[in-house]
Design a protein around this ligand. Structure first.
Ligand code: GDP
Ligand code: MG
Length: 439
């Protein structure tokens, strides 16, 4: 999903203007990307329609930065499709809060039960207890015992010869006595949904009246994950979904479809086999991940908020006239500093966050302050015409700013190079800097 969608978005972002044909082409790419990623076709249809309607309604093609606006709309619609906001666990007024895990065999119920218990222990100092209600394979109870032992959580079990509903009844009694604040019921799965399984789960649910019935689905099964979710949702009062194995080579379509098809929120995602690999599901972050944008949108928003349009216009004019001086330079620095620490700003650029080169980037806010101090030490004439900065003036600056002379020299040299680059960019074509800044 990600790659194809990313390509479409990158192509779009490179365009200074976007025509109606471009928009149609982009919509087509998005449609294909979603279908290829096993997103349910009805979800795709609604999604594309929604994006298109908004793009046309907002007249994005006529406005500023149409490509960015479309990317933003796509991102927002992805977020909406996945439920907009993270949904926390339901909690019971009096203990214990009862959580029932449901799902097909191998989906990750037992593993996820463990992850969830650990999360509750770590975050709330909770005292959870498991009930072993998967009685069809002796190995299932052993597995739960092992998981439980690794995170130091007790298991209630009566072996494999007792009816699961009875096990749950007795387990809940014990939890009451022992004042456990959470009970997590690990249930059996099948390879496919069948009536016997559903009946059993419904019976357990009728008895336990869980605060949460969490359906665990394997994200790698694509369309099947969605069908499974739909099937379980018909029979059980699901309260949420946990999507597992998102660390694997999944096409991610399940995340997009499940909420739309079942109406039930994805509450957590499993991203690995370790007990700590469970994360709260944030629709907006997932959307950004699908689009491969890092926090591109945060960056765009920050830039829109903080970057004064007039100022930008003036700067560009100066650059064209090659009259950019140290006064402009100061203004620029202040604009950039308003956006936050420079390395944070850079990390928001797609591909930068994970770029190994970023590890060495460490823009010390102090460096920026030092540069400013040097500029402040200049006379107005020097700021306007840096060419007059001869060695004796430079020594004076070093003294005034309290910085070594080599630093002053380096700074002035860098300024000269920057100015040269600006001239090249701005004289080449009018759009050069606009592209650099926004496109
Ligand atoms: P159950 O039959 O539904 O109880 O499924 P299990 O909890 O036994 O999990 C089946 C397999 O999936 C096990 O090998 C787990 O380690 C693995 N698994 C579960 N969740 C994840 C996950 O988020 N990522 C990865 N990579 N593997 C997982
Ligand atoms: Mg299991």
């Amino acid at each position: 999903l990600t790659e194809r969608l990313q390509n479409a978005m990158t192509k779009l972002r490179r365009k200074p203007t976007v025509s109606e044909a471009d928009l149609r082409e982009t919509m087509r790419e998005i449609r294909l990307a979603l279908l290829e990623a096993d997103v349910n076709f009805k979800v795709v249809k609604d999604f594309v329609k929604q994006v298109q309607t908004r793009a046309i309604g907002a007249d994005v093609l006529k406005g500023l930065n149409p490509a960015q606006q479309i990317v933003k709309i796509v991102n927002e619609e992805l977020t909406t499709t996945m439920g907009t906001e993270a949904v926390p666990l339901n909690k019971s007024e009096k203990i214990p809060t009862i959580i029932m895990m449901a799902g097909l065999q191998g989906a990750g119920k037992t593993t996820t039960a463990g992850k969830l218990a650990l999360k509750l222990k770590n975050e709330e100092n909770a005292r959870p207890m498991f009930i072993a209600a998967d009685v069809y394979r002796p190995a299932a109870i052993d597995q739960l015992e092992q998981v439980a032992k690794s995170i130091d959580v007790p298991v209630f079990q009566l072996g494999t010869d007792v009816d699961p509903v009875e096990i749950v009844r007795q387990g809940l009694e014990q939890a009451q006595e022992q004042h456990n604040d959470y009970v997590i019921i690990d249930t059996a799965g099948r390879l496919q949904i069948d009536e016997k399984l559903m009946d059993e789960l419904v019976n357990i649910s009728n008895l336990a009246k869980p605060d949460e019935i969490l359906l665990v689905v394997d994200a790698m099964t694509g369309q099947n994950a969605v069908e499974t979710a739909d099937g379980f949702n018909d029979k059980l009062e699901l309260t949420g979904v946990i999507l597992t194995k998102l660390d694997g080579d999944t096409r991610g379509g399940a995340a997009l479809s499940i909420r739309a098809v079942t109406g039930k929120p994805i509450k957590f995602v499993g991203q690995g086999e370790k007990m700590t690999d469970l994360d709260v599901f944030h629709p907006d972050r997932m959307a950004s991940r699908i689009l491969g944008m890092g926090d591109m949108l945060t960056l765009i928003e920050k830039a829109q908020q903080d970057y004064d349009e007039d100022q930008a216009q003036k700067t560009m004019e100066k650059m064209r006239e090659n009259s950019f001086d140290f006064n402009d330079f100061l203004d620029q620095m202040e604009q950039v500093q308003k956006m936050g620490p420079l390395e944070d700003v850079m990390k928001m650029i797609p591909g930068m966050a994970n770029n190994p080169a970023m590890k060495n980037v460490n823009v010390n806010p102090k460096d920026m302050d030092h540069i400013k101090a040097i500029v402040y030490s200049m006379t107005p004439a020097e700021r306007e015409n840096p060419d007059v900065l001869n060695p004796s003036r430079r020594r004076r600056l070093a003294g005034g700013a309290g910085r070594p002379i080599v630093e002053v020299n380096r700074m002035i040299k860098q300024f000269g190079e920057m100015k040269k680059m600006m001239k090249q960019v701005s004289s080449g074509n009018m759009n050069g800097m606009e592209q650099m800044m926004g496109g």
